[in-house]
Design a protein around this ligand. Structure first.
Ligand code: CO
Length: 264
């Protein structure tokens, strides 16, 4: 068996987000020292941005084509997405297509994104609660800003928010592009009498969205919106891939995918 790992990240046009990818790549290489590890990007828009900056970036399909040409027979593609949405389902379709192709790979397996199924919601909620409690300090509430999606996978943001609330009613998850949004969060904070909030991204990397939509100076950023309501914000710009408690969950999904590769 000639195996390889492809880490499939959304990608970012912001250098600050690279800390997440660098950290998880390092941990994957340490866990699988004998297997080549490639990084590929699932967002076409972001790949365009990165190429214009002069970076050599692969799509997952590019990475698979290259590995096939090098004689690799078995590939584990690890999704670095947070929830199973559009991008993750595209990876499943791509893996299926490459495994069925005439003369294609013997096996292509896809590792789950961070949150996978109902037990996954509980595991991620436990890990996030540890992060929240560690940083909360004197703040009245902890608020994670997720991306949100029009894909049905958005139910996972709602499920995570409920799981946080069951554990600690001062820990919240909101989404930029779906419900529960910042309006619902503000209404809840006012009802709870929250005066100070600890604000963190629930995003793979703390890149563009964290800088602009979470703590940006613009009228619509979450920080601006909260401050306008008299709620002070203490923000942390660290992506999910920078927290070992969350990286451990991703490594577990990758270990499962690697085990599936070797099953006959
Ligand atoms: Co976005």
């Amino acid at each position: 068996m000639n195996a390889a790992i492809v880490l499939a990240a959304f990608g970012s046009r912001n250098k600050n987000a690279m800390a997440s990818l660098d950290h998880i790549s390092e941990r994957v290489r340490a866990a699988h020292p004998d297997v080549p590890v490639l990084v590929a990007y699932t967002s076409k828009t972001i790949r365009g941005h990165m190429r214009r900056e002069g970076e050599a970036v692969d799509s997952v399909a590019d990475a698979l084509t290259r590995l096939h040409g090098e004689g690799v027979t078995h590939v584990a593609i690890q999704s670095l997405h947070l929830i199973p949405g559009t991008e993750f389902h595209e990876l499943l379709a791509l893996a299926n297509q490459h495994m069925l192709a005439e003369g294609g790979f013997t096996r292509v397996e896809v590792g789950f994104p961070l949150v996978a199924g109902d037990p996954g919601v509980e595991a991620v909620a436990d890990a996030i609660l540890a992060i929240a409690r560690e940083g909360k300090g004197e703040n009245d509430a902890v608020l994670f800003m997720g991306h949100g999606t029009r894909h049905d996978g958005n139910v996972y943001y709602e499920a995570l928010h409920r799981a946080f609330q069951e554990r600690d009613s001062s820990v919240h998850l909101g989404a930029m592009e779906a419900e529960p949004g910042i309006d619902a969060v503000i209404a809840r904070f006012k009802a709870d009498g929250v005066k100070k909030a600890y604000l963190l991204p629930f995003l793979f990397g703390a890149g563009w969205h964290a800088a602009k939509d979470m703590v940006g100076d613009g009228e619509a950023s979450w920080k601006t919106r909260l401050e306008r309501e008299g709620i002070a914000c203490e923000a942390v710009l660290k992506g999910a891939g920078e927290y070992d408690g969350l990286v451990d969950i991703w490594l577990g999904h990758l270990a499962d995918a690697m085990r599936r590769l070797t099953r006959c």
